[in-house]
Write a protein that binds this ligand. Sequence first.
Ligand SMILES: *Cc1c(COP(=O)(O)O)cnc(C)c1O
Length: 362
Amino acid sequence: MARPAKAIINLSAIQRNYSYARGLGQQHGGKTVMVIKANAYGHGATEIAQFMDKTVDMFGVASIDEAQQLRAHGVCAPILLMEGCFDQSEWAQAQVAVTDVVVHNQLQLDQLSMLNTAQPLSIWLKVDTGMHRLGFSLTEAQTALAQLNSLAQVKQVILMTHLADADNGNSDITQQQLSTFKALCELPVDGISIANSASLLFWPDARAHWNRPGLMLYGVSPRTSQQQVTSDLQAAMTLQSQVIALRTIQAGESVGYNCRWTAQKNTVVATVAMGYGDGYPRNASNGTPVMLHGKRVPLIGRVSMDMLTIDVTDVANVAVGDTVELWGKSLSVSEVASHCDSNSYEMLTRLAERVKKQFITD
Ligand SMILES: *Cc1c(COP(=O)(O)O)cnc(C)c1O
């Protein structure tokens, strides 16, 4: 029998989440980039892009090879290269694989000016309004825009920025970034783009011509404690496995490596085929919730490479072969992450290759 650890990916949920995101943006006349970098946040970029190809306004990827992989599998929709090209040679590849390319520094702009003009590209001019990671400064942006407008390699220019703290509702820096960027938006460009998931959900002023949600499309709220928003989104991934062993231990006996958890009373321990080799975090603490028979049970003891252990004393009729849900519909990945010194982005993207994906629609 194959290893029972698997990730069930509900493509219909992703489609509904995309419609919801697009609805938020459309109130402001906006279009929606479906961000599917990092293998669609661990959900499987190729399968998702094939399913969503006719629906989306555009896909967003982090590197040219991510775009090439989609094209190799027949994906036709426009694609945005969100960090732009990493060297001169990638520009010619970009002309074949993508439609839209971010330019965030002068080096990229100079490379673009040396490119052949056969296949003009839409350029997203990235401005640093406070994240201080990528982008031209406000003063540089005006010069860069003038240069872009003079190039035959450029079909149109979208002005973009990225917010550093949009998942925080009382964020001063977000207000500052938005007003700083607003001043620039007086410049003659073909579009504006600001919002990722958190900005799209929580900062209506950030909604613009193009929005760029990622995480929310997979049914995960960027705010751990946002019940209301979470109810509008549907978790796309259910990570599950099975109980592969059961035993009862006595008070005073310990479980797993380094005896991290010791029983206070007689305890029924179920061993589950899921470990850090599958991407489940090794530092998940005692008490991290796991779903069994529709009930939350606590993880106990250290997570090992291929297995973890849970306390099932309070669940009736547990048997080897029973399905266990690590996260999904009934247990959000954000909540699990909060027990693991991690967040949902990291948990999803580090799901290991060996966890088989099963794609479903409903
Ligand atoms: C990853 C990314 C996004 C999507 O962010 P989410 O928080 O997942 O919605 C949007 N814009 C840029 C530039 C990104 O790198």
